[in-house]
Structure formats: C-alpha cells, structure tokens
Design a protein around this ligand. Structure first.
Ligand code: AMP
Length: 562
C-alpha cells in the first residue's frame, strides 16, 4: 500500500523536520507513516488501524507539526491518549521531532500531576497539548484550556480509551472542538463504538490499513523472546553464545542503533559491523563481501540496507527491534534459509508490542514459538565445550614437548599436584571470557519491585496482597466498573492489572488495591472525580453486598482485612 522506496523528503516534510529525523537516525518512513503523512499534510482526516510499534506517533506528529503556526501561542493540536505514560511518550516524540522549530512548546497533561504546575505550563502557550481525557476535561471545565484555535485533534489508541471507560469524556471533548478541525484516529481494533465516532465526528476519513502480505517461509524456524528480566543486549549475547550459527543478521530500527549495537558487539569480541543507509554503495558492498568471506560474522542492519541481501551463510536472523509490519518481517527473516538451507529467526518483543507479534503470526499463518532465554548455566556449558574443542585442537596439531617439560618443572618447583597446576593454568587461559559466568551476572534477572513500565512490558501477573477501599460514587451516579479502572489507573499510575475486584452499589463502590497505599496518593485519589463526583476514597472496613458486576479478577492472595 505504501511505496517502500519513499523517503521522508519525498513526503514533503520541511527541512527542519528532515534534519531532526536524520539526527534521530530514522532512515525511511514506516508503511503507516508513508500512508498518513501526505494525507495529514493535505489536511484530510485519517483513520489509522495501527498499533504500537508501527511508527504511528511520528505518522501524526510530523505532518501536524508542520502545520503548526509557531508564532501563535495557543493549542493548535490536541492529542488524547488513554494513559499518562503514553501522553508523556507522545509529548516527548513531538519535542524530539520539533527540536529545530524555534518557539515550539508541547505540554503533556495527565492525572496525578499538580494542577498548579500544569496551569503554569499552560500559560506558556503550548501549541500542542497531549493529555488523558479526564484531565483534559478538567482543564476545559475550569476554562484553563482553550480550544478555539485548535486545528487538529488526534485520538491515539482509541480502543484502549474505550476499554478504560473514557469514551464519553472523549466525545464530550470532541464536541468542544471547532467545527472544521482535522481529526486523526488511531486504533488497533475497530469496535462498534469507535466506528460510530468516526462517522459522527470525522470528515470523510481515509482509512489506512497496513496490508498484510502472506508468504510462506517454510524452511525457517521462527521463535520469539519476550523482553523481560534481562536487558536486550545481555539476552542477545547469551543467545549468540549458545546458538549454533554461521552468519547472523541483526535488525535494528535506526541507523544510530545499528552502529551502537555493532560497536557493543565488537567490544564483546564478536566480528560485527553495521550496515545502514549512511554508508555509500561501495562501503556497503565491502561490508557484505566481508560477511561472505567470513571476516565478519554479524551484520547489524536496518531494513533498507538489508533489502535484497543474499548471503548463503546467514543461518540466523535476530529481530532485535520488532519490525513495523508483516511485510518487513517476512523480508527480514527471508535473509536466512537461502539456497535451500535451514534458517532460524528470533524476534525480540516487549509486552506492549505483543499485538504486532500476533498480527505477524496471523498474516504469515505460522506460529512464532516462544523460546526461553538461555540460562547462565547453558552459557557456561557452551563456553566449556568450546574450550574443550580448542584443547583437542592443540593436541592434534602442536608439538607440546617444551610445555610438557615446563609444566613438570613448575609442578616440582611450586610443589603442586598436577591437577592443581592444571586448574591454575585453566584459570589463566580463560582470559577475559571467564568459563564460569560471574554470579553478579544473575542479578538483573531478579528485578526489584518493577516500575509500572516494566510491569506493563513484562505482563507479569500481580501477586500482591490486596486491601479494600470504598468510593462514594455508585451506580446512581452513572458509574461503571471501567470508569473506576480508568480513573485509578491514570491518577495512581497503576497498571490495570493491579486494580482488583470492583463492586458497584447504588451509592458507593468498593475496589481492591495493592496493600500499603502511600498517604499522599490516597489523599490525591480522594479528590479525583468519577462521573463528575469526587471519589472520597477511603479504606473500607468491610462492606457487604452482592456483586453487581462480575469480579474483574480474583486476586491471588487477598490481604486479610477485616
Ligand atoms: P510507535 O509505533 O509510534 O510507538 O513507534 C515505535 C518506535 O519506532 C519509536 O521508538 C520510534 O522512535 C521508532 N520509529 C518510528 N518511526 C521510525 C522510522 N521511520 N525509522 C526508525 N524508527 C522509527
């Protein structure tokens, strides 16, 4: 659907934005960017069926930035996101792309942040505001946020906003934006309610779907590893130590990432080099022929640089960064399994990228099976095995008489048993690659209490003790379970997995939350409004009553509270 050879320059982006993209190391537009940017630049509404990992943020941020009037210090673009995390991420992306646009301000507004700070920042006149629906409504209600100069509205992860109970807020915000504003809506799925919004509030939106091409990749074994516990670079080196490979291609997203990763691998003793669009044709050809000739074992490449690469000895492809779409995935893994050989392809993905993984599996109609991370013990065994091979090689090829005499002499002099001497020599022989991994290498596998982001990324189920809280809002206020989840998740920066059972009553509700809420957070949550009423949250002394809605999830371990 998009022209794979298009460049950002061909998409009519202005020089300042092109400069930022080049500094960020973006090489070519992703498919969703190639499709959205021209349409949004032309002022059209866009409906993008795209999930995290497809490059959707830049797909709307770049064209909308280009249309912003920097001399006007009023909100011209409003982006609504389901969570504060995403609001911050999107605001950071705008900031990064706008680094050469003087006078540009972006402001993330979200729950849990002091109103004072936000008001001060609003008064600086940001041209772009990125916020969660609840907080945006609050500011609109207090007349602190003015939308009369708004040119464009973006609904990011619309289906998530629906799931978290924000859809009424979203509609009410939409109704307060000027008539002729442009709208872009991004959603991984298109439930009925979202579809309705698109027909009601959008102007003939162009629908953008990234076409999934199906291809068969029969002779390639496909595996995936979910990034958790160990950082990606450590995981990668463990895999490289334990996998049997001949040549390897690693795929990264940006040119910068390819050089950084290649340097890190070189520093760890691998014959690795980058292959990216910053290199001229001659340099690239030289690098590829070094791989063919065996002077290099690992190439770290971007999609574009590896296009059409045909090297028989590539037996392993590692998708260090997940590709934007199925087409790119199929192309990447097709670099192995050449000339009828068997190949292996490993994909790294974060919890929040799992949808992209599912989409790839669906489009290729092939499972990508999860693989465990090689353990430290496996790495040790592998190192010992290759050491043993080297010993055998030495016995096969060298005349060892001089060394035999020397070891005899050393043992005599030092009064050592031959085994002890051999142990000391083995210790010396391992040099900077110890045969036994040092124990501290295990440390990162046991993360401390994970941050929200980590919890989100690793998808681990909660195993926390719970305590029950009471909220002074109930069904008669129009409150539903999803409203409570949405409000608490954002205001307390809590993953929704950590919001336990919710019971709705006529005039109040109860919710289980992880034990030990800090007093200042409790105080903050008391003032948070759900359906227009403050929650007045407090610890519950044991409310009776039936479940009005199915329990969301049974906590594994309940805190024993009266
Ligand atoms: P998103 O799907 O918007 O969450 O983007 C996922 C990641 O891809 C972010 O880290 C972006 O910085 C990165 N990214 C987006 N577009 C490009 C591009 N054209 N080239 C390289 N990296 C990109």
């Amino acid at each position: 659907m998009s022209d794979p050879s298009a460049t950002f320059g061909e998409l009519q982006l202005c020089p300042q934005l092109l400069q930022s993209l080049s500094e960020l190391g973006y090489e070519t537009p992703s498919p969703v960017q190639a499709a959205c940017i021209p349409r949004l630049l032309a002022g059209a509404d866009v409906l993008g069926m795209a999930q995290t990992g497809t490059g959707k943020t830049a797909a709307f941020a770049l064209p909308l930035l280009q249309r912003v009037d920097l001399s006007l210090n009023q909100p011209q673009v409003l982006v609504l996101t389901p969570t504060r995390e995403l609001a911050i991420q999107v605001a950071e992306a705008f900031q990064a792309y706008a680094r050469h646009l003087p006078g540009f301000h972006v402001l993330p507004i979200y729950g849990g942040q002091s109103y004072q700070v936000q008001l001060r920042q609003l008064s600086r006149g940001p041209q772009v505001v990125v916020g969660t629906p609840g907080r945006v409504i609050d500011h609109l209600g207090r007349d602190r946020l003015k939308l009369d100069r708004l040119q464009a509205l973006v609904l990011d992860e619309a289906d998530e906003m629906l799931r978290m109970g924000f859809i009424d807020d979203v509609e009410s915000i939409m109704a307060q934006t000027p008539e002729g504003r442009q709208t872009a809506l991004f959603s991984a799925t298109m439930p009925e309610q979202i579809r309705r919004i698109t027909t009601q509030y959008m102007n003939n939106p162009e629908e953008i779907r990234i076409a999934a091409k199906t291809s068969t990749v029969a002779n390639i074994e496909q595996l995936c590893w979910k990034v958790e516990g160990v950082n990606k670079l450590d995981a990668l080196t463990r895999m490289l130590e334990t996998e049997d490979y001949d040549g390897v291609i690693l795929f990264a997203r940006t040119k910068t990432a390819t050089t950084e990763l290649a340097e890190k691998l070189e520093a760890r003793g691998y014959a690795a080099a980058a292959l990216n669009g910053d290199m001229n044709q001659a340099q690239r050809e030289r690098t590829v022929s070094r791989l063919k000739g065996g002077q290099l074992d690992i190439l770290v490449a971007t999609d574009v640089a590896a296009r059409g690469l045909d090297v028989d000895r590539i037996s392993l492809v590692i998708n260090y960064d997940i590709p934007y779409d199925t087409e790119a995935y199929v192309h990447r893994i097709g670099r192995t399994g050449r000339a009828g050989r068997q190949g292996r392809a490993i994909l790294f993905y974060a919890h929040r990228e799992r949808r992209l993984l599912k989409a790839i599996e669906k489009a290729t109609r092939q499972p990508i099976n999860p693989m465990p991370l090689p353990s430290r013990d496996q790495v040790t065994q592998k190192r010992i095995a290759s050491f043993r091979d080297r010993v055998v090689e030495v016995f096969g090829g060298e005349s060892l008489q001089f060394y035999r005499d020397l070891s005899h002499q050393l043992a005599e002099e030092l009064k050592l048993e031959p085994q002890d001497l051999a142990a000391a020599l083995l210790y010396l022989a391992q040099q900077d690659k110890p045969l036994q991994l040092p124990p501290e290498a295990a440390a990162p596998e046991k993360p401390k209490k994970p941050s929200k982001k980590e919890r989100k990324d690793n998808g681990s189920d909660s195993d926390v003790p719970w305590e029950s809280y009471r909220l002074e809002v109930g069904r008669s206020d129009g409150v539903q379970v999803k409203h409570i989840v949405g409000a608490i998740a954002n205001e307390a920066d809590l993953d929704s997995r950590y919001i336990g059972r919710i019971k709705l009553h006529q005039n109040f509700s109860t919710v289980d939350l992880p034990e030990g809420m800090p007093p200042e957070l409790l105080k903050h949550l008391q003032g948070v409004r759900i359906c227009g009423k403050p929650t007045k949250l407090k610890r519950d002394k044991g409310a009776g009553g039936e479940y009005d809605e199915a329990p969301r999830r049974k906590p594994k371990k309940r805190a024993l509270k009266s």
